[in-house]
Design a protein around this ligand. Structure first.
Ligand SMILES: [Zn+2]
Length: 272
């Protein structure tokens, strides 16, 4: 998700599988800065104290993704565990991520949207979650904030009666993620459905023990080796974000290995 040098020079690539950096983030925001290496996170003992999320008893979970891949980056292993337990899963795909390569000479926004919808379906299959009902909202990528009230109404309707509503964290420092997180929070309050916020960008801009992150709300979902492997293979489905789309800098990969490394851990984190 972090820009390569070539991407930064071109100032065209998006920060993740999602949006243009220029359009979705402020020029001096923390996403612009170099990210925290995964080995720094791995050396932190904090997560050992996070309580474990009890998945037992869940029957119906609604997941919100600002862009195709957020749900797998943040909660792919959890999705695999829930699917294996027979939990009913609904994915609200807020945007189609069509702005991930806004200056590409190889693909159009329309093609990207179609490709990324397909990548999500394939990833869910790999996670053993092909039964997931996907609700495509088609909100414009990078403009979720402009549709937040409408999104809140939709999420309130979709999550009513569910056991959990999971959405990108409202403090993730990415405008689309934050809008989804706020909308989910309001929907959770309106319906009484418990909310899990999941960090995505946070692992890039935060540091261990970072006071900007409410670690006291953090909980962990452990992932065994088989589940981690499923998640790794599911992330490979997002080829449009991992491999070059063409030969120009504007077609460079959005998810380099150093960013994907944050999502290969043996646990996933939610803020409750
Ligand atoms: Zn995203």
């Amino acid at each position: 998700m972090r820009l390569t040098t070539a991407q930064a020079t071109a100032t065209t690539a998006s920060p993740d599988a999602t949006t243009t950096r220029a359009a979705a983030t402020r020029p001096a925001d923390p996403i612009e800065a170099p990210g925290t290496p995964e080995d720094v996170w791995a050396a932190w003992q904090g997560p050992a104290a996070f309580p474990e999320v009890d998945l037992a008893g869940l029957r119906d979970v609604v997941l919100v993704a600002a862009h195709p891949d957020d749900e797998v980056l943040g909660l792919g292993g959890t999705i695999a565990r829930l699917a294996a337990a027979g939990v009913r899963l609904t994915l609200v795909a807020v945007t189609d991520g069509e702005a991930s390569h806004p200056r590409s000479t190889a693909v159009t926004r329309r093609q990207l949207a179609r490709t990324r919808r397909h990548e999500t379906r394939r990833a869910l299959e790999v996670l053993g979650a092909s039964c997931t009902e996907i609700v495509h909202l088609g909100v414009p990528d990078t403009a979720v904030t402009d549709h937040e009230e409408w999104l809140t109404e939709r999420l309130t309707r979709v999550c009513d009666g569910a056991d959990v509503l999971a959405a990108p964290w409202s403090g993730d420092v990415h405008s689309d993620h934050e809008a989804c997180g706020r909308a989910a929070s309001t929907a959770s309050h309106a319906t009484g459905v418990p909310l899990w916020h999941y960090p995505v960008w946070t692992w890039h801009w935060a540091v261990p023990g970072d006071p900007r992150v409410p670690w006291d709300r953090a909980a962990r979902v452990p992932l065994d080796e088989a589940t981690r492997d499923r998640k790794r293979r599911a992330l490979e489905c997002f080829a449009s974000q991992i491999h070059p789309l063409g030969r120009h800098a504007s077609d460079a990969p959005i998810l380099p290995p150093e960013e994907l490394a944050h999502f290969a851990r043996d646990y996933e984190t939610v803020l409750r």
